[in-house]
Design a protein. Structure first.
Length: 197
């Protein structure tokens, strides 16, 4: 069984993913795969440098993901170009992960799962839900980005109530890590029961 795990910025997707890993489940994060696709020394990294020049690099000469995010956020054409580099690499890495995963079910963390209309790829979609107020607070603290920027990102995504309707399973993450761990554990047991049917 393949589970797509998603949620808005600052919802706690990675924390939930880590708890599933602790329970022995194979988990891969599409964001990590996207990062790897343009890491130093990759063909993707070269193509992006050619396109945007040294302005896109950080102090250690790596691609600065914040700068890149800003460029593609403001320019749909550049977004298409960057996606044409990253998406095929991510798709290949995901296929490898699915083929090699050993756990009873496997999880792919996909931040923009609903926005990319890819829910049909998964047997179940698990949505990590949290209030917008908490999303803004957590994401701005984590990324050192001002609240207006986080609100702009949230505004650019599918509304929360739409995601709630589209998800098969929902974990509400408004009450701290202990509660999140409990909810993950319950969901894990539910998924194991589905695998054993």
């Amino acid at each position: 069984m393949l589970v797509g795990l998603t949620g808005g910025i600052g919802s706690g997707k990675s924390a939930a993913g880590n708890f599933f890993i602790e329970l022995g489940i194979d988990v891969v994060d599409a964001d990590d795969l996207a990062r790897a696709a343009i890491a130093e020394g990759t063909h993707g990294s070269e193509l992006i440098r050619e396109r945007f020049g040294n302005d896109i690099l950080d102090h250690s000469q790596q691609i600065d993901r914040k700068k890149l995010r800003k460029v593609i956020f403001e320019n749909p054409e550049e977004k298409q170009f960057v996606e044409s580099i990253i998406h095929p690499e991510v798709a290949n890495a995901m296929t490898d992960f699915i083929k090699n995963a050993q756990s009873s079910y496997k999880i792919v963390i996909v931040p923009l799962l609903f926005e990319t209309d890819s829910q049909s790829m998964y047997d179940r979609v698990l949505f990590i839900d949290t209030s917008e107020e908490l999303q803004v607070k957590r994401a701005s603290a984590r990324d050192g980005v001002d609240e207006a920027n986080i609100k702009a990102i949230i505004g650019n995504q599918l509304p929360r109530n739409e995601k709630l309707k589209l998800a098969d399973d929902i974990i509400v993450n408004n009450a701290g890590l202990d509660k999140l761990m409990q909810s993950v554990s319950q969901t894990h047991n539910f998924y194991l029961s589905l695998c054993n049917e």
